[in-house]
Design a protein around this ligand. Structure first.
Ligand SMILES: Cc1cc2nc3c(=O)[nH]c(=O)nc-3n(C[C@H](O)[C@H](O)[C@H](O)COP(=O)(O)OP(=O)(O)OC[C@H]3O[C@@H](n4cnc5c(N)ncnc54)[C@H](O)[C@@H]3O)c2cc1C
Length: 378
């Protein structure tokens, strides 16, 4: 919690908050999304915030998990459109690419010259695992066939980090593998373009015998799952920090509404029943933030936090779901008018219980950590 963070971290929080206040002007201007993005990036670089997510070897600040948690929570709490752009692209699962692949994929991503998407989820209804996206060997190539869904940002991506099952052949390594597939290769097709409740844009992809060099893999063939999951603890911590930030915004917002004049003549905040619901929101958020900061500190000290990050993600995302739902109820029907700030927040939080792993799947993995591996501190 803020009172237990170092003055350096408190300064970081204030810096992110000041940046977002500075960018408020941009929100009220007529700037389109592209101009808003460009202006936010320029300003964020001036504040040294954009660089936080970028490794030092790329000239970034290489911030650790605690600093990133603080920054992401502050961005969530600002609930501003420009907030989407103030943190730079981070390397994610591409982090360990080197040589040719680093030059082709990682460097341009960090410089902001290329965009990529993560293609992991199979199309719903894709039958048995052996029918899912796969690759066979042909000379020096891998030939990929299959479909992926819910590929966020896929319409504007230059390449896809895609999980495929490499089939066995001539005693060579096989199994799940993360491959890098350029958008413009023959056989790559976007078959569906859709939006989800929170406004995110996604595509469904089809790969029809797409040839890629067999060296275009993240890690070795057969090691796709550990690589796909290599960033998952961090990603879950990011989602949790954003969720807590949105919780902070929601509680501030509802506090203002409850203390404002009400048509009944007395403020809603004066009613005991309202106070009970309001206190529950604060208790919930307090618990979620406590878990968030504990996990961030464990990660900062280099501990493996796979179980803790999963538990924190379930707690924080389910908490923000309840907090926003209660806020809507206390604010009254007005809160559901299209375009209202709470209506938009209500939409934004629902998907958080799916991205980075659905809540019940994470519960299973926490239980598995205990029963099968005797690991974790949850
Ligand atoms: C906004 C958004 C963005 C996304 N972005 C991406 C992306 O960029 N790339 C990508 O690859 N994917 C993405 N996804 C997909 C996301 O990763 C999946 O939605 C998530 O992993 C859950 O998988 P599913 O939707 O196929 O649900 P399913 O696996 O079909 O599960 C549905 C429900 O069934 C229950 N369930 C399933 N299995 C079990 C079990 N073994 N035990 C108990 N209960 C179970 C759970 O309640 C679960 O929520 C995104 C999703 C959303 C909503």
């Amino acid at each position: 919690m803020p009172e237990f963070i170092s003055s350096e971290m408190q300064d970081l929080r204030s810096r992110v908050e000041s940046l977002l206040i500075d960018l408020e002007e941009l929100e009220s201007s007529d700037a389109n999304d592209l101009d808003r993005r460009k202006a936010a990036i320029v300003k964020s670089k001036e504040y040294g915030v954009f660089q936080l997510t970028q490794p030092k070897e790329f000239g970034g600040a290489g911030a650790g998990p605690l600093a990133l948690t603080i920054a992401r929570e502050a961005v969530g709490a600002a609930n501003s459109l420009a907030g989407r752009f103030v943190l730079g692209p981070d390397p994610g699962v591409l982090r360990n690419l080197d040589g040719e692949l680093r030059a082709l994929y990682l460097d341009p991503v960090i410089q902001g010259e290329k965009r990529w998407s993560f293609a992991f989820t199979e199309v719903s209804g894709a039958a048995a695992p052996e029918k899912q996206t796969y690759a066979i060997r042909e000379g020096d190539d891998l030939v990929v066939t299959g479909s992926k869904s819910f590929v966020t940002g896929g319409a504007t991506a230059d390449f896809f980090a895609t999980l495929v099952n490499v089939e066995e052949g001539d005693g060579l390594a096989a199994g799940l593998t993360m491959v890098l597939i350029d958008r413009n290769l023959p056989g790559v097709e976007i078959t569906r373009d859709f939006k989800s409740l929170e406004g995110g844009s996604h595509v469904e992809l089809r790969f029809q015998q797409v040839h890629i060099p067999s060296s275009h893999t993240v890690g070795a063939i057969g090691e796709g799952m550990p690589h796909a999951m290599s960033n998952i603890g961090e990603e879950r911590l990011q989602i949790s920090a954003g969720a807590c930030g949105m919780g902070i915004w929601t509680i501030r917002h509802i506090t203002d509404r409850l203390t404002a004049a009400h048509r009944s003549g007395s403020r809603l905040s004066d009613r005991e029943g309202v106070r009970l619901r309001y206190a529950d929101m604060r208790i919930d958020l307090y618990a979620a933030r406590s878990a968030l900061y504990r996990t961030a500190r464990l990660a900062e000290s280099g501990e493996d936090v796979v179980n803790e990050a999963a538990a924190t993600k379930v707690l924080c995302t389910e908490t923000i779901g309840r907090v926003v739902d209660t806020a809507v109820q206390l604010a009254g029907g007005q809160a559901l008018i299209e375009g209202e700030a709470l209506e938009q927040m209500y939409r934004r939080v629902r998907s958080l219980r799916f991205v980075g792993g659905a809540s019940d799947i994470l519960r299973l993995s926490i239980a598995r950590g205990i029963f099968d591996f005797d690991s974790g501190r949850v």
